[in-house]
Ligand binder design. Structure first.
Ligand code: ADP
Ligand code: ADP
Ligand code: MG
Length: 475
């Protein structure tokens, strides 16, 4: 395998992850090319990249057009494309076009993306590799009658899932046959709309599991290592809200077992680049759920506990170089926690809350990392994901990490929009969370947490007023 030296990277993404990638390039003396659609013209990632090019006025079309992006990479003299997460990151066509046009794709091969992006194929590959998978249908379900038969075999409750799903969408739990008959067509229509594929399959519903995932790194020379796990059990509607590394809920024996299983999984499919193997945990039972063949939103917390710059490793791997680390070089220290601050109103069923940020003051101090592309005066466009800031804290002990997260939220000022920050404050104060006893049912089990008092969090008028005063006083 020959090595190349990357000099210029096209970043096929937006927002905080695009900025994260611009920063990684800058630290290695690599030029970065941002691409943006018109609503993102004033995005920080556009300002900070070495060069930036418009992909047109439609908010989404440009970000989802692999041919246009690869052509732009060629025209602007880029040697590589980083897809970030979401958008084209798990689109095999982008990886394939890169290969064709001699551009390095910073990720695994088109074949691996395709195989692992299909959840039923991924399950098959894992079964062959001896990795335990969630019990479920062998492949896709042809129709509702097959679904009913399979559910009888597997046993209720079951999950009907979109085969090409992602981002927590296209997943429904069914507790009995009438519910299955009702939900089955809904998942199909959701899958068709969101992922352009009507394929669905079935898994046994693991009741109140923990979501534990393992970060892996694999180079093109066949070296595969893991960077330990993340606990993403704090979720709402199958979407992650708070992530923790390492998991405060598992012991070292299970930790090593999960790491090993993730390495086996990556090796089995000839994985190259950074990837994540997701598992469900129920007691001591471990089930493979899916593999994400891209950088993940919560890669930050693994970086904080291991000191490994995952994006830097991705760049090295794409260059054909060996990993900077062997497994025995990897250790972790303390706990890191990421809070996904979303532009949503927890008091109003998490309704998106887009608009202008009238005042933003970043939290700081020891052990605080903020990955965001917002700034005072920035207008959050309504076309994209509602996540607007990743607040990451690190400390040596669990108790200190929880306290630091609370302090960092208090430290932050984010006015003009509603966010999930103060809702997270309620979770952080909850006894079960503090006692490290939580699973994916935590958020549903505690609806009262989104009904917190607004004493500390005043009304819109008061917010606007305090923002104006703060701006005037330069706070
Ligand atoms: P992570 O697995 O990194 O925690 P998420 O599941 O939160 O990531 O997804 C990150 C982003 O990617 C979200 O904006 C989500 O909507 C999007 N996304 C993930 N998978 C897909 C997919 N298969 N199709 C479309 N969008 C996706
Ligand atoms: P996505 O591709 O959208 O991330 P996943 O397959 O990773 O979808 O599932 C997302 C979340 O849905 C999981 O973290 C878990 O909380 C829940 N989930 C998925 N499958 C099951 C299952 N078989 N049993 C229980 N919960 C599940
Ligand atoms: Mg997942």
């Amino acid at each position: 395998m020959s090595t190349a030296s990357i000099k210029k990277v096209l970043i096929a993404n937006r927002g905080e992850i695009a900025l994260r990638l611009v920063r990684a390039c800058a630290e290695q003396n690599i030029r970065s090319v941002a691409v943006y659609t018109e609503p993102d013209r004033y995005g920080l990632f556009v300002k900070r990249a070495s060069e930036a090019y418009s992909l047109g006025s439609d908010p989404l079309a440009g970000y989802l057009d692999p041919l246009r992006i690869v052509n732009l990479a060629v025209e602007t003299g880029c040697d590589a494309i980083h897809p970030g997460y979401g958008f084209l990151s798990e689109n095999p066509e982008l990886a394939r076009l890169c290969e064709e046009k001699n551009i390095l794709f910073i990720g695994p091969s088109a074949e691996v993306i395709q195989r692992m992006g299909d959840k039923t194929q991924a399950r098959l590959a894992m079964m062959q590799a001896g990795v335990p998978v969630t019990p479920g249908s062998e492949g896709n379900l042809a129709d509702i009658e097959e679904a009913v038969t399979e559910a009888k075999r597997i046993g209720y409750p079951v999950m009907v899932k979109a085969t090409s799903g992602g981002g927590g969408r296209g997943i429904r739990r069914c507790d009995d046959e009438p519910e299955l008959r009702k939900q089955f067509p809904r998942v199909i229509s959701e899958a068709t709309k969101a992922f352009g594929s009507a394929e669905v399959f079935m898994e046994k519903c693991i009741v109140n599991p923990k979501h534990i995932e393992v970060q892996v790194l694999a180079d093109s020379l066949g070296n595969v290592i893991h960077l330990y796990e993340r606990d993403c059990s704090i979720q709402r509607r199958n979407q992650k809200l708070i992530e923790i590394a390492p998991s405060p809920q598992i012991d070292n024996e299970l930790r090593d077992k999960l790491g090993q299983l993730a390495v086996t999984a990556a090796e089995a499919v000839g994985y190259v680049s950074a990837g994540t193997v997701e598992f469900l945990l129920s007691g001591e039972d471990v089930y493979f759920m899916e593999m994400n063949t891209r950088i993940q939103v919560e890669h930050t917390i693994t970086e904080q506990i291991t000191g490994v710059d995952i994006v830097r490793e991705q760049l090295r791997i794409a260059e054909g170089k060996p990993l900077s680390y062997q497994q025995q070089d990897i250790s972790y220290r303390g706990y890191a926690m990421q809070l996904r601050i979303n532009a949503e109103d927890p008091k109003n069923d998490f309704l998106p809350s887009f608009g202008r940020i009238t005042h933003y003051y970043a939290p700081g101090g020891p052990g605080v990392r903020v990955d965001t592309a917002i700034y005072t005066g920035y207008e959050i466009p309504p076309y994209f994901d509602s996540m607007c800031l990743k607040l990451v804290v690190w400390s040596l002990t669990w108790e200190e990490t929880v306290a630091r997260a609370q302090r960092a939220i208090d430290d932050m000022r984010l006015h003009g929009i509603r966010t999930t920050a103060h809702y997270y404050q309620q979770i952080l104060q909850h006894e079960e969370f503090q006692n490290k006893e939580f699973d994916t049912s935590f958020v549903t089990k505690h609806p009262e947490l989104s009904k917190y008092s607004d004493k500390k969090h005043p009304s819109d008028v008061a917010l606007a007023l305090s923002a104006a005063i703060a701006a005037y006083a330069g706070l």
